[in-house]
Ligand binder design. Structure first.
Ligand code: FAD
Ligand code: NAI
Length: 475
């Protein structure tokens, strides 16, 4: 006997579980199927983000930052610590506990919102009268029928051709988050978001980290000035980043990994490391979904084809998050999940791609929203720029972290904010003000005229807005 639902969500990551909760709030009978297992084989909803992404990476970034503060910065505050030791096993266990809190939190939210949870792999069987039949295989063996279906099956790490992840020597994000001891030498392929965050964790704990990046420019998606400032800081920390390399043969042996590559000058090089993280992007995941059974259309990258409203080519089937076009970010997946649930209820779901913030949780943190200076130039937009360095911010001095700046880009005629770019302390939190401002179509002057608490890092945001009009007060 099949179980009937108004909405069945396949995938319990940030896209799927949030869509399920919002749909239930709107009065639908909702089921969510997720196959992620914890180490005991039990359910672990939350997807990549909760299990091997956003949450565990931030837990390790925090632990390693505490270690770096204790070993390098406490002395500046007059604190002597003696020998500081790192218990990697304990750090990893703490990270696992943080992950479990989040898994359990989602199961609690499902109960609270009356979402039926099924632990197993969900796949399409066939279209039926008024909906779709789906099979759940795993701990729960069920047949479900959903009048509407939301696919939120996420993404997987992309491997280098011919170099599969063994998670012992060649690590994806999964293995990179559970290295058992600090490697002496760590190699990272790709200086994108994962490469920088994971490279930072293990460098802070004492690994000699080399990052090999294929492109000649560092962090091409970020504003050039901000990327330059960040690169300077990483160089100073000893995170070695080689740009413009071409990775060749990779040999995996008992003792580690040997990477042959050509550097930017075209010279043949070799890098011998204990462990190698490969972080060269992610691919949409539709493995086991049986998309063919119903004719669900995928593009050449394997992503599910959707329109601007996240509708697929099939009536009543929607897709959100990493498995569709757009940035692979948890908050983008969540926004799409909410919007789809609201559209199913006849409301006007809203996702503004122009105000999705990006954050890289390194030290200094890097965060931005809107367009970069190079994008504005390419688009032929006339703009004004204003920057303010944390060096001139009282709170940053008191914190002992004055790296970086806030940068505003505003329309030359209307003063509307077109982009805000931050490199420095707590950029992840500071960017929220810029997102609100842009969502409300604020001008730089609006921010410049708003009272900001003193002393606070957010005063640097106000000062950068003032700088657009060349009238900073503290610099
Ligand atoms: P996922 O989170 O991948 O969830 C998909 C879920 O569907 C999984 O649980 C999977 O098991 C399940 N599933 C797949 N197929 C089936 C099936 N057939 N049946 C049942 N279940 C299925 N983003 C940020 O915004 N901020 C960050 O700080 C951040 N840090 C990251 C750090 C790392 C190391 C990584 C790898 C990613 C990070 N991301 C971050 C990206 C973020 O994790 C993803 O954008 C986000 O998880 C996408 O959500 P999703 O719901 O689309 O997919
Ligand atoms: P990425 O797209 O951020 O970076 C991949 C990097 O690898 C790029 O710089 C690319 O030029 C380089 N590269 C690709 N192929 C290469 C090759 N053969 N040799 C050398 N370099 C190569 O991908 P990453 O870091 O794997 O992360 C995947 C996604 O996960 C991110 O794009 C982001 O959407 C998400 N994420 C978000 C985080 C956040 O929001 N803080 C943190 C971590 C991941």
């Amino acid at each position: 006997m099949s179980k009937q639902f108004d909405v069945v969500v396949i995938g319990g990551g940030p896209g799927g579980y949030i869509a399920a909760i919002r749909a239930a709030q709107l009065g639908f009978q909702v089921a969510c199927i997720d196959e992620w297992k914890n180490e005991k084989g039990g359910p672990a909803p939350g997807g990549t983000c909760t299990n091997v992404g956003c949450i565990p990476s931030k837990a390790l970034l925090q632990s390693s930052e505490h270690f770096e503060h204790a070993t390098h910065h406490f002395a500046d505050h007059g604190i002597s610590t003696g020998t500081v030791k790192m218990d990697v096993a304990k750090m990893v266990a703490r990270k696992d506990a943080v992950v479990k809190q989040n898994n359990d939190g989602i199961l609690y939210l499902f109960k609270k919102n009356k979402v039926s949870f099924f632990h197993g792999r969900g796949s399409f069987v066939k279209a039926v009268d008024g909906g779709y039949e789906l099979k759940v295989a795993g701990a729960a063996e069920e047949t479900l029928v959903g009048k509407q279906v939301i696919v939120a099956t996420g993404s997987n790490a992309r491997a280098l051709p011919g170099v599969p992840f063994d998670e012992v020597n060649v690590l994806s994000n999964d293995g990179a988050l559970r290295i058992g001891a600090v490697p002496k030498k760590l190699g990272v392929i790709g200086s994108g978001v994962i490469g920088l965050e994971m490279g930072s964790v293990w460098r802070r704990l004492g690994a000699d980290v080399t990052v090999l990046e294929g492109l000649p420019t560092f962090l091409g998606a970020a504003d050039e000035q901000i990327a330059k400032e960040a690169k300077k800081a990483f160089d100073k920390q000893g995170l070695k980043i080689e740009l413009g390399v071409k990775v060749g043969d990779i040999k995996v042996g008992k003792k580690g990994v040997n990477v042959a590559y050509t550097n930017a000058k075209g010279e043949a090089q070799e890098l011998a490391v204990d462990k190698l993280i490969v972080s060269i992007g992610r691919v949409p995941n539709t493995i086991g979904l049986n998309a063919e059974a119903v004719g669900l259309q995928l593009d050449e990258r394997g992503a599910i084809v959707v329109d601007g409203d996240c509708k697929t080519n099939l009536p009543g089937v929607w897709a959100v998050g990493d498995v569709v076009r757009g940035p692979m970010l948890a908050h983008k997946a969540e926004e799409e999940g909410v919007a789809v649930a609201e559209r199913m209820a006849g409301q006007h779901g809203h996702v503004n791609f122009a105000t999705i913030p990006w954050v890289i949780y390194t030290s200094p943190e890097i965060a931005w929203v809107g367009r970069t200076e190079q994008q504005l130039k390419a688009d032929g937009v006339k703009y004004k720029a204003g920057t303010f360095p944390f060096l001139a911010n009282g709170r940053a001095r008191a914190l002992g972290d004055t790296t970086g700046m806030v940068k505003f880009l505003a329309d030359a005629t209307t003063d509307e904010i077109l982009g805000v770019h931050i490199v420095g302390p707590m950029a992840s939190e500071l960017i929220a003000e810029a997102v609100v401002a842009m969502e409300f179509k604020a001008s730089a002057e609006d921010i410049a005229r708003i009272c900001h608490a003193h002393p606070s890092l957010s005063e640097a945001t106000k000062e950068a807005a003032l700088a657009v009009d060349k009238r900073t007060l503290n610099f």
